[in-house]
Design a protein around this ligand. Structure first.
Ligand code: COA
Length: 176
């Protein structure tokens, strides 16, 4: 079994991350999203899974800033996207290791919520649910729009905006 270590991405990893995202997704939109998030200063955390033997990058998860309001007050929140693992490394828990590490780091950093747009069957195993995202005002609202409450609860008050970083608007335009 390949030995993988999860670590923060460094500037020198940018080319390999771009390559990974262009390999894992049919469109270049996700690669462009990560670049734009970084350029806009909206990338909060990028974790990579590195193959200890070959030094190759096997996977990536990115977390970006969101503007979220609860009861009229801002609530610290991030969006998880994209998540990608190179085909040769799939089905051995690499994505799970990346998501788990991202959750731990964002929880320790004090974020209240982590949002994701994806398959409930996959993200549900980490505790994401559409119920936790319900009531937030987002163009992505629906069964695939999920959230994870990182600190065990949310402040009282009506759920307001849940705005992704501006770079996501371009992704919505390019995705079918
Ligand atoms: C989705 C992806 C990140 C999973 O990576 P991985 O390292 O193989 O994931 P893990 O090993 O942690 O988990 C594998 C499990 O996830 C399940 N899974 C993978 N994609 C899934 C999906 N779209 N819906 C539901 N389950 C899914 C697999 O069936 C497998 O299930 P099992 O544990 O019951 O066998 C990888 O397949 C990938 O990069 N896909 C292309 C990019 C993509 O679609 N990213 C997600 C959206 S941003």
């Amino acid at each position: 079994m390949k030995r993988i270590v999860v670590q923060r991405a460094a500037p020198k990893d940018a080319y390999d991350i771009d390559d990974l995202l262009r390999t894992c997704f049919a469109q270049p939109a996700e690669a462009m999203l990560v670049k734009q998030l970084a350029m806009d200063g909206d990338l909060v955390l990028a974790l990579i899974a590195r193959d200890e033997a070959s030094d190759a990058i096997a996977g990536l998860v990115a977390l970006s800033k969101m503007h979220v309001a609860i009861g009229g007050d801002p609530a610290p929140a991030v969006a998880l996207a994209p998540l990608a693992v190179m085909p040769d490394y799939r089905r051995s828990g690499v994505a799970a290791a990346l998501v788990t590490a991202a959750i731990e780091q964002m929880r320790d950093a004090g974020a209240l919520l982590m949002f994701v747009l994806g398959e409930p069957g996959y993200y549900g195993r980490f505790g994401f649910s559409s119920e936790s995202a319900e009531g937030f005002d987002s163009p992505y609202a629906g069964p695939y729009f999920m959230a994870l409450e990182l600190q065990g609860g949310l402040p009282c008050g009506p759920r307001g905006l849940a705005d992704h970083a501006p770079a996501f608007a371009a992704l919505a335009e390019t995705d079918p």
